[in-house]
Every structure is written in structure tokens, then in C-alpha cells.
Design a protein around this ligand. Sequence first.
Ligand code: A3P
Length: 293
Amino acid sequence: MGVEVVGEELGSLHGIPLFKTFIEVWPQVEAFQAQPDDLLVSTYPKSGTTWLSEILDIIYQDGSVEKCQRDAIYNRVPFLEYKEPGMPSGVELLEKTPSPRLVTTHLPVQLLPKSFCDKNCKVIYMARNPKDVVVSYYYFYQMAKTHPDPGTLAEFLETFMAGKVAYGSWYEHVQGWWEKKQEKQLLYLFYEDMKKDPWQEVQKILRFLGKEMAEEMVERILHHTSFQEMKKNPSANYNSVPTALMDHSISPFLRKGIIGDWKNHFTVAQNERFNQHYQKHMMGSDLHFQMEA
Ligand code: A3P
């Protein structure tokens, strides 16, 4: 019989809504000692973290699908600020991970542990359009049991727009990391570009990492990291997480993997309201998102 996990209300970390278990281990995370060859994968939740992590791991494994099956994605590419009772924390996992390490985080830029800057670590940020993020997040809130009850989609849209979901405002997140690009070795990618032309985006990643790869190897990487392949890959699809924590019968982790699913969910009025809110909060920014395929 499994233990039932009931989503608690979120706590607040320096004004950012976050899981209380993550806040408890924050001193450990803040003091994290990065290494110069760590590569940080940074995203707002539901923006393609797992996809980008799988792409990077197979690049690091020189295209070997077998080596990528050595463990589940969340162990191969540890999640820096993660903590659940009875599980090793992200920091504990990272301490056991051999270099060069891949590290994921959803932290907004102002909360990034100082050591990543001190050691001048490379960062790849992936952003996704907010309409698809909010829909994906709505399903994730329901299937990943540590989240509070999201209510109806209409209610969740309001919570999201108000920045009251886990990790706070999407607007501040994508813009904060975009500005960081001025001063850091940071490659800023978009989920929509990766969907439309994965070949080109993987080339950008390879250039950023200073790696070269034969064309057939790149083809293999694209095949291995396609939505269909990842969905059936037990080391990438999160099926190994206990049902008490993630219930895939409510919604699979790899759910649809498309651009524009928001159109199947937003009413006309919700879309208009969202557009107004978006325009207000993105005013003056040179960041642009593709809401459609
Ligand atoms: P959907 O819920 O819209 O399907 P994250 O890893 O940051 O939590 O993001 C999860 C989202 O990325 C989910 O979106 C998931 O389906 C999508 N995703 C994961 N792997 C993908 C892939 N190989 N191709 C396209 N989308 C992918």
C-alpha cells in the first residue's frame, strides 16, 4: 500500500512561492559549490527541462543510447533544489555525481547560488511560451502530488498570471534570465525553436559546448530525444517515480509535447485576458514568443 502524498500550500522563499520541503534545504542549496565544468540547465517549470536534459546527456555520452539508460533522467541530471522526505536531496545527489556534471534548476536568476557565477559555469536556459506552459503546468499540478490543488483551469490561469504558482512569475523568470545573457556564458533557447528545427538547435548547443559531432550522430540524438521515443523510454519518462508522487493515470509526464495546445483549453475570453496581461508584462522587452506552430 502506497503512502498518500497530499499537496501542501506553498511556502515563500525570498518572495518566491515554493514547496516547503525545498525551503527547508535552502541553506544547503545556497551554499552549493559548483565546479567550473558544471553545466546548468535552467528553465521555468514545464518548458522542456527533461527534453533538454536528455539531449545534453546523450551529447555528454557521445551519442550512446545505452549509456543514457544507466539511470532515470532525474538521477543522471540532478535537480539542484529538490527535496522530498525520504529521498536524497538534489545537492546530495550532485555530490555523488562524477564531473562533468549536468545540473537542472528552476530557480529565478536572482536566487541562483553564487558559486555558479564565481566559477563562471556555462548555462543553457530554455523558455517556452506561457500559454502552453500554463496548460502543461495545470496538468502537472494534478499529476505531481506535491502541488496544491490547482482548482479549475480558469482559477489556475489567475494563479499563474498573479505569479502565485511554484517558482513565481513566468514573466520575471524569462526576463530575468534573458538579462543575465549580457554578463554570462549563457545560451538562451526556445522550446518552439527546438520543436520546429531541432537540428539547428542541437547545432547551437554543440557550438556553445565547443563540441563537434558527425551528422549521423546528430541524427541519432534527434531520434532518441524525439517526443515519441522519450515517451516510451523508462529512463526518460518518469514512470519510475512512485504513483504516490506522480500519478501518470491522471496525466502522463510526457503529455502532448506540442506547440499551441492552449488553443484546446483557453476560451476566447480567457485568451483575450491573457493577451492583455502578457502585453502589459512584456512591454519594452525584446523577448518574443511563438504561441503557434
Ligand atoms: P506538455 O505537458 O505540453 O506535453 P518539463 O520537463 O520542463 O517539466 O516540461 C515538460 C513538458 O515538455 C511537457 O509538455 C512534455 O510533454 C514536454 N516534453 C518532454 N519531452 C519532450 C520532447 N522530446 N519533445 C517535445 N516536448 C517534450
